[in-house]
Design a protein around this ligand. Structure first.
Ligand code: IMP
Ligand code: MG
Length: 182
């Protein structure tokens, strides 16, 4: 076990099941259509890489970056677009792929932004959903890997202060790791 983590929350096995389920659902829902997958950096990179390999469709893939977090564990509520897509979204089905939805502020912002570019549709797929602290109550999440409790998690792309993204499963971070810094 990694030293900064308390326990495994979503195991490799659970992740594998989740990828198959989501990949199959997306493949079926967009059958005969093309899809633009927009991976939200940095956290979404591992999930998106795994997910697109379970989607049996023609997909265009691009990366976008937004931030609503400081370096700690609480959202600031202010979203900044740091990297946009070069792809035209006009007349396209767009799927935003994110690591985790917490307050939902980031995805509400991104969804509105892309909806303004005349796409056929904009949907959201997240690996993990933490509904307990949702602020954007109206936000619809179309595909969810796993709903989790209100705990700060790391691994499978998710970071604490830019670290731990490479840990393969999803873990609960030890409180002592961030409490000592506050
Ligand atoms: P939201 O705008 O509050 O929904 O925040 C979404 C972003 O905050 C995610 O894309 C993550 O980058 C980050 N985030 C939210 N919860 C966690 C967590 O438990 N661990 C690591 N990052 C998180
Ligand atoms: Mg993120």
């Amino acid at each position: 076990m990694y030293k900064d983590v308390e326990r495994v929350l979503v195991s490799n096995e659970d992740i594998d099941e989740m990828l198959t389920r989501l990949g199959d659902a997306i493949t079926k829902d967009y059958e005969g259509q093309e899809l633009v997958v927009l991976c939200v950096l940095k956290g979404g990179f591992i999930f998106a890489a795994d997910l697109v390999r379970r989607i049996n469709l023609r997909v265009d893939i691009d990366f976008i970056a937004a931030s609503s977090y400081g370096s700690g564990t609480e959202t600031t509520g202010v979203v900044q677009l740091k990297k946009d897509t070069d792809l035209s979204l006009e007349g396209k089905h767009v799927l935003i792929v994110e690591d985790i939805v917490d307050s939902g502020v980031t995805l509400s912002y991104l969804k509105k932004l892309f909806e303004a570019r005349n796409p056929l549709s904009v949907k959201i797929c997240t690996a993990f959903d933490k509904p307990a602290r949702r602020k954007a109550k109206e936000l619809k999440i179309d595909y969810v890997g796993k709903v989790i409790e209100d705990e700060f998690v790391v691994g499978y792309g998710l970071d604490y202060d830019e670290k731990m993204r490479n840990m393969p499963e999803l873990y609960v971070l030890k409180r002592s790791v961030y409490e000592q810094e506050d």
